[in-house]
Design a protein around this ligand. Structure first.
Ligand code: OXD
Ligand code: MN
Length: 587
């Protein structure tokens, strides 16, 4: 027996499913599994899938999760290195042996009465030198179908793994959805993720956050590459040239909108390579090459509309042989269509909320869960990059680091050299928004938007970023962006969405050395005249405010950044302290 088969057999012995089914990733098989989800498997008495209106949402299915199981659960997510310091203060840690003993106990018989689906899949194109062959076990049709949308699931992976012991493994069971028995355990040295008690994407689609970020970031450190929480886009300019840009933004900062933005600038077009994860390697040519290891989008539904993201709406309604899933949205009962706050058009008369109750508009509750999601194939995206299937990926010329900051951070700032670039990413934070009261939100430091996803000590991660700069013959330019700054009346200063093309245009101009920039204590900022504002009525004062450097505010921010750095003790690279001290001195 080959190592893979032996491993599957051992897991079946522990979890005791009624049957073991090896998936081949075919269309016919997906139909059969969806049928099982409609007719046989249930969560809280609800079928796993309910077909939606096939005229308006072709090949789409509605899914309601367990009501306690609607998001990632950071406090139950562990990174189990043998040594606690390798995990760092940014991770929950458990000794690997202790973690395995705990999970073995919880997993004994957890698949009884269910099917174990064996899912062979690739993260990345099978011909890519940067891709990884993986196998996940799961006991729910929802995860089997989601993984088929989000990854390249094919039997060929089994041949690729062959006799190899060194494949990426994931063991997932929804257990009985008991939040007290819910854990997401990562074993980076064994390329293994073990998850129980949740069916939510980030906890259950183990190829995504668990492998492609937490474990892959650690592999990247060992093997000299980067696994990042980044969008990848190609920005085509009027000359026909395309500049590839990767952008790290925390959840709920418009990452998916940026990935398929409809540019307002004539002659500029955005091509989508990825909306969540970038694996980046130094190519033989000394440039930074990025692939999106995924093949689908697992995006937040509320707020998505023809106005905010027309290309996503087209993606969602295109209909191909890939199914589309809607999880915990509301349901327009008359039309049998998914609905969410921020949808186009009037609020439907008859709405069922995400928990299955008749929605009462007078109660002030949300009809869709704020973290309700769609799972949809990237191949349905009208702006999918022609290089999406390029095994080498795309060459990155610019990296953006973003966050939601209502004050302080200018619309865009450029780093001055590689050390400063890394500091630019390391100093990022994002606000838990208090927009309604116009009070300053609470800032959570979120370097490179990776705080919840860095699978090892973040101090070592900064060191790794510093080292990667030395490997690159051609370094991308690095920027920080902030679409969310407000004025003293609480109004957003920048219109965002498709207007962000104006910011990308400046990025492209900087990449090609077409415009100068001005030095400030926090980095380089544009001359306002170099930002294309044609057709936009933004008062001059607002533009000046967007780039105003509030020295006192930044000194306070420097204190916050220093406190965050201190949490990493002596492991924090000296270069990061040098950058912070230089910024303070210049302020
Ligand atoms: C996501 C996240 O689901 O970042 O992409 O939480
Ligand atoms: Mn994400």
């Amino acid at each position: 027996m080959r190592p893979l088969e032996r491993w599957v057999e051992e897991q079946a012995k522990l979890t005791k499913p009624d049957r073991v089914y090896w998936c081949d990733g075919s269309e016919e098989e997906a139909r059969r599994i969806i049928e099982i989800g409609i007719k046989e498997e249930k969560i809280c008495g609800n079928p796993i899938f309910a077909p939606l209106n096939g005229m308006t949402f072709p090949n789409s299915f509605y899914h309601r999760s367990h009501p306690t199981d609607v998001a990632r659960i950071e406090h139950l997510t562990y990174v189990c290195h043998t040594d606690k310091d390798t995990a760092g203060p940014n991770n929950n840690w458990m000794d690997p042996e202790e973690a395995k003993a705990k999970m073995t106990k919880l997993s004994d018989g957890c698949m009884k009465g269910r099917t174990m689906y064996v899912l062979p899949y690739m993260m990345g194109h099978p011909d890519s030198p940067y891709s990884k062959a993986c196998v996940q076990l799961t006991d729910i049709s929802y995860v089997a179908i989601s993984m088929r949308i989000m990854t390249r699931m094919t039997k060929k992976v089994l041949d690729k793994i062959g006799n190899n012991k060194d494949f990426v493994r994931g063991l997932h069971s929804v257990g009985d959805f008991d939040p007290k028995k819910r854990f997401i355990m990562h074993f980076p040295n064994e390329h293994f993720v073990w998850s129980i008690g949740s069916g939510y994407g980030g906890n259950a689609l183990l190829g995504k956050k668990c492998f492609s970020l937490r474990i892959a970031s650690y592999l990247g450190q060992q093997e000299e590459w980067l696994a990042e929480h980044m969008v990848i886009v190609g920005a085509q300019d009027p000359s026909g040239d395309t500049t590839y840009i990767a952008a790290a933004l925390p959840s709920a900062c418009g990452k998916t909108n940026l990935a398929m933005m409809e540019s307002v600038l004539p002659g500029y077009k955005i091509w989508t390579v990825g909306d969540d994860i970038a694996w980046m390697n130094v190519g033989p040519d000394g440039r930074l090459w990025a692939i999106n290891p995924e093949t689908g989008f697992f995006g937040v539904a509320p707020g998505t509309s023809m106005k905010t993201n027309p290309n996503m709406m087209k993606t969602l309604t295109k209909g191909t042989f890939y199914p589309t899933l809607f999880t915990n949205t509301a349901l327009d009962t008359d039309k049998n269509e998914p609905w969410w706050e921020g949808s186009d058009g009037a609020i439907p008369k008859k709405l069922t909320d995400w928990q299955g109750n008749k929605w009462d508009p007078t109660k002030g509750t949300k009809a869709a869960h704020p973290n309700s999601r769609f799972t949809v194939s990237a191949y349905q995206c009208p702006t999918l990059s022609p290089l999406f299937e390029n095994p080498k990926g795309v060459p990155i010329s610019a990296i953006l680091f973003g966050g939601k900051r209502m004050h302080l951070n200018p619309l865009i700032v450029e780093g001055t050299d590689w050390q400063n670039n890394v500091f630019l990413g390391a100093r990022m934070g994002s606000e838990t928004t208090a927009a309604a009261s116009h009070k300053e939100g609470i800032v959570r430091r979120d370097p490179m938007a990776m705080l919840p996803f860095c699978g090892y000590n973040m101090a070592d991660y900064f060191k790794h970023w510093l080292n990667m700069g030395k490997k690159l013959v051609y370094q991308p330019k690095v920027f920080s962006v902030n679409w969310f700054r407000i004025n003293d009346k609480g109004k957003y200063l920048w219109p965002g969405f498709g207007q962000n093309a104006r910011v990308l245009k400046w990025v492209i101009d900087r990449v090609h050395n077409r415009v100068p920039a001005q030095k400030t204590p926090i980095g380089l900022i544009p001359y306002i005249k170099d930002i294309d504002l044609k057709g936009l009525n933004i008062p001059k004062e607002d533009m000046e405010e967007l780039f105003r450097i509030d020295h006192d505010g930044w000194l306070k921010e420097a204190g916050d950044i220093g406190d965050f750095f201190k949490g990493f003790g002596g492991r924090m690279p000296r270069e990061m302290w040098d950058e912070l001290n230089r910024m303070k001195a210049e302020l």
